[in-house]
Design a protein around this ligand. Structure first.
Ligand SMILES: *[C@@H]1O[C@H](CO)[C@@H](O)[C@H](O)[C@H]1NC(C)=O
Ligand SMILES: *[C@@H]1O[C@H](CO)[C@@H](O)[C@H](O)[C@H]1NC(C)=O
Ligand SMILES: *[C@@H]1O[C@H](CO)[C@@H](O)[C@H](O)[C@H]1NC(C)=O
Ligand SMILES: *[C@@H]1O[C@H](CO)[C@@H](O)[C@H](O)[C@H]1NC(C)=O
Length: 688
């Protein structure tokens, strides 16, 4: 394995002849990817609408029948229960200092850990209830490797899986299926068992000096763990994602702020970017290589032993920015193509064609490990669907390498610099509270078209897409307009990719179901459609307005315009949600009720059942509490007036007829009197 070649002189030598050797070997021995015309960076970059960005996005449109709508989480970010019921420590437990180890300097929000997180280990039923309320048909969660195998392998864990861990996932899967929610299960979402990593920084020795993803025994260990999962859960789980974002855990985990980031701990040659063999330019490619081999082994095991009986499918969730050329210049277009090759292609091309992209082989030479013919054959076509985690885009310019790049005394090599690219974000792209995440909705459509044209997968799932904010309280985070705007624009581009571009997109998973432990940023960044109160003992969950928007999207299987959810948690809206006695007590009672209700930890469903499923018109109409009230008052007054008027009319009638009767009686009395008088007169006449 080329990546383990140590020593400065040797490395420099290897580097010097790398390009020619790698290119000759690779082009002769490895299958060439059938790429779109001009896709090798000769200027005809296959973009759907180069440099023309839409400023409006469709607001209506139906998705294909059976489209999968889901939400995602990851074990370390939500489960908590870090040492509950026999679970072993993961490298993230150690990295954050949970188990008493020194906190790794990579942690930005020091002191925050996933020890409890959202406490989903104890609240899995509640999470499923949330999914049901959101009307979602799928849940993407990950299994914690050290919860099943506390020491990483069966032998080191006493020969059997940790039964409480097995029970936990069985219960979660069964609860999902009972509610007709399809589980999409990630096997590795970064929480490697600490037992598989000798960590001198955290003073955590490992039996047999395991080196984590740098260890060539890791693919085998992973395949054993994966097989355990297939045998335990594969009767019910039909969609497996073996690895989440190998790019991220290879690069950030070996030269950035993610666990374990031990940067040359073995050689202590100057940290992540220093010395003749900086981790950022060497270890990252070794880790990525082992991740690919791990997936290949798992795919082999699944296909040979489980697929016939279980009938499931397998994929790898790949992350990448969309890289947009910053100009029409041929060099910039080629640079954008290179940037994609170094992030997406690094993993996508081996998984589809069994080879690394030409641009990587050309540039890296001996720093890029090679696949044996057998490994290449195992890798090619080893996924059944393409799983894409896409959030944002970057503009790319060509940037020639620094003088003496990689040579002794010259600029040190790093994965970041290997691309010979200069990247930037446009000031026009709306910012989230995560510095790396700006809203570029068309990036999703361009990426889906690229994936379709370049890799031609049978099915594509967007397994992550979402927005970060940093609300300090539920009052601040409840009405997450930014998230709704982001999701509405991105799903509009998803719709165009499915409907206009013929990309076989089968599903979309919002990141995330819950606010959760955001790695080195702890709890300071919130990605959830559900607000989690991390100060409350129960990690109380509250639906944000985006949850209501998501429910409308999923249950309608059609685009939902953000304007339908433009109104926030105003007093009027709160009034509708408050119990009637609070409403009747008047507006001034509301703030007190809100406070009391938050303090009590009642979990609020911001969407009244059925309410958000109405059309925007009837929504606006119904939303207007005052309007309804006014309508009621006017109706009452009208009714009263009407009733009064008809009563008056009746009264008048009564009076008139009474008066008439009176008159008639008077006349007849008069007549009677007259008769009486004449009788009397007659009598008198006879008398005298
Ligand atoms: C969504 O698109 C609209 C234009 O249709 C734009 O005004 C808005 O800023 C976009 N929002 C985000 C977060 O991209
Ligand atoms: C949707 O799924 C059902 C059940 O799996 C299947 O019978 C039906 O053919 C599917 N429809 C489409 C349009 O794929
Ligand atoms: C894990 O390894 C440690 C140290 O070797 C050992 O004490 C412990 O019993 C092991 N755990 C299990 C579940 O076998
Ligand atoms: C989060 O982003 C919003 C919108 O850009 C901004 O107003 C706010 O100050 C940011 N908050 C933090 C803590 O960075």
């Amino acid at each position: 394995m080329a990546g383990s070649a140590g020593g400065g002189a040797r490395a420099a030598q290897l580097l010097a002849c790398a390009a020619c050797a790698a290119f000759g070997r690779a082009s002769a021995a490895l299958p060439r990817a059938p790429v779109a015309p001009g896709a090798d960076g000769d200027g005809a970059f296959p973009l759907p609408y180069l440099f023309a960005y839409p400023d409006q996005y469709p607001q209506s449109g139906r998705f294909p029948a059976n489209f999968t709508w889901g939400a995602g989480t990851a074990a370390y970010q939500v489960e908590g229960g870090w040492d509950a019921d026999g679970k072993g420590a993961s490298i993230w437990d150690t990295f954050t200092g949970t188990d008493g180890a020194p906190i790794n300097p990579g942690m930005v929000d020091r002191g925050q850990t996933g020890a409890i997180a959202c406490d989903s280990y104890h609240r899995a039923k509640d999470d499923v209830a949330l999914l049901v309320r959101l009307g979602l048909s799928a849940y993407r969660f990950s299994i914690s490797w050290p919860r099943l195998l506390p020491n990483g392998t069966l032998v080191m864990s006493g020969g059997a899986p940790n039964m409480p861990g097995v029970d936990y996932y069985n219960a979660l899967i069964d609860e999902l299926l009972r509610n007709r929610i399809t589980p999409y299960v990630t096997l590795y979402h970064w929480d490697l068992p600490q037992a598989l990593l000798h960590d001198p920084y955290a003073q955590r020795p490992s039996r047999d000096n395991w080196r984590g993803w740098l260890d060539d025994r890791l693919p085998g260990a992973f395949a054993q763990y994966a097989e355990l999962c297939f045998s335990l859960f594969g009767d019910r789980v039909k969609h497996w994602i073996t690895l989440n974002e190998p790019f991220t855990f290879a690069v950030l985990g070996h030269s950035g702020p993610h666990a374990p980031s031990l940067c040359n701990w073995e050689e202590t040659l100057g940290g992540c970017s220093g010395g003749p063999r900086p981790a950022a330019g060497w270890d990252v490619y070794v880790a990525g290589h082992h991740a690919l081999l791990a997936h290949a082994l798992v795919a082999k095991v699944y296909r040979e032993k489980y697929r016939a009986a279980q009938g499931g499918e397998l994929g790898v969730a790949l992350s990448s920015y969309w890289y947009e050329p910053a100009s029409h210049m041929r060099e910039d277009v080629a640079a954008a193509e290179r940037a994609l090759a170094f992030e997406l292609g690094w993993f996508a091309q081996p998984l589809t064609h069994g080879s690394y992209p030409r641009q990587m082989r050309d540039k890296l030479g001996a720093r890029l490990p090679a696949f044996s013919a057998e490994e290449a054959a195992l890798l090619a076509g080893s996924t059944d669907f393409f799983a894409l985690n896409l959030y944002s885009a970057l503009l790319v310019r060509d940037k020639p390498p620094a003088p003496g790049y990689g040579a002794p005394g010259g600029a040190p090599v790093s994965q970041r610099a290997d691309c010979d690219c200069e990247t930037s974000a446009s000031a026009a792209w709306p910012r989230s509270n995560a510095t790396w995440l700006r809203s570029v909705p068309w990036a999703l459509r361009k990426m889906l078209r690229h994936v379709h044209a370049r890799y031609a997968p049978a099915a594509v799932y967007v397994t992550e897409n979402g927005w970060a904010d940093s609300a300090a309280s539920f009052r601040e985070g409840a009405h997450d307009e930014g998230r709704i705007s982001f999701l509405a624009n991105y799903t509009a581009e998803l719709w165009r990719a499915a409907n206009e571009d013929g990309v076989p997109v089968r599903g979309y998973f919002v990141w995330s179901l819950l606010d959760n432990f955001e790695w080195e940023h702890g709890f300071s960044l919130r990605y959830g459609v559900t607000f989690v109160d991390f100060h409350s003992a129960r990690r109380t969950r509250y639906a944000k307005t985006s949850a209501c928007w998501l429910r409308a999207l999923a249950t309608g299987n059609a685009l939902v315009p953000p304007s339908a959810f433009a109104e926030g948690l105003s007093s009027r809206r709160a009034a509708r949600r408050a119990p009637l006695d609070v409403v009747l007590a008047g507006r001034h009672a509301l703030p007190a009720w809100m406070r009391a209700w938050e303090a009590e930890g009642d979990e609020l469903d911001l969407c009244d059942p059925g309410f958000f499923l109405r059309t925007p018109f009837s929504m606006d109409f119904l939303d207007s509490f005052d309007f309804l009230f006014a309508l009621l008052v006017v109706a009452c007054v009208c009714a009263c007036v009407y009733v009064n008027l008809s009563l008056l009319a009746d009264l008048k009638q009564l009076l008139v007829s009474a008066a008439r009767a009176q008159t008639r009686r008077a006349v007849s009395v008069q007549a009677d009197d007259a008769d009486a008088d004449s009788l009397r007169l007659a009598a008198r006449g006879r008398e005298p």
